[in-house]
Ligand binder design. Sequence first.
Ligand SMILES: *[C@@H]1O[C@H](CO)[C@@H](O)[C@H](O)[C@H]1NC(C)=O
Ligand SMILES: *[C@@H]1O[C@H](CO)[C@@H](O)[C@H](O)[C@H]1NC(C)=O
Length: 190
Amino acid sequence: MAKKPLSTHFLIAIFLLHILTPIQSQQFSRKLSKNSLGFKKEKLTHLHFYFHDIVTSRHPTAIKVAAAPIANTTRSLFGLMMMMDDPLTLTPEPRSKIVGRAQGMYASADLKELGFLMVLNYCFTEGKYNGSTLSILGRNAALTPVREMPVVGGSGLFRFARGYAQAKTHSIDFTTGNAVVEYNVFVLHY
Ligand SMILES: *[C@@H]1O[C@H](CO)[C@@H](O)[C@H](O)[C@H]1NC(C)=O
Ligand SMILES: *[C@@H]1O[C@H](CO)[C@@H](O)[C@H](O)[C@H]1NC(C)=O
């Protein structure tokens, strides 16, 4: 069968497609009103819980994943890195209701004093915040009375979150290294 000559209309259509496609693929952003996604009024929420860092136990919740060769020769444990999945509870009692977990890492990042780089998510499992998370990135000078770490973001009900977390050691066992830390977290979110 003989090939049909391409119609002019068809050629014009192909031409337009070629010049329009790159323009369309560049439209990867657009302006939206906050209301269109349900972000109406920003609110301030206070969360209070206890963090259990269990290092020495038959079932530890924080384990060493790396250490620089000098980590055990410095008082600050510089170069030590721990991975945690620590329970967050309502009261200091380890068997009290678990409201979430602190999942992430802490690493000794200070040559002189005990100062951890904290990189973690609070993954909440209770009440209306079940399934929502808050992300923390900050410095934790663990031996000072109150440490403050920024809340850098969140998910679920905590979308667009920002704020700060204040940590106060409730109890620490210097033989085992296990610690209970009280947290007050103040978050702005929608
Ligand atoms: C430090 O740890 C290394 C292994 O990582 C070990 O060989 C060494 O004996 C330890 N030093 C001290 C002072 O505990
Ligand atoms: C939290 O959400 C998970 C997953 O949707 C569900 O399995 C669990 O039962 C919920 N927990 C509570 C306490 O509501």
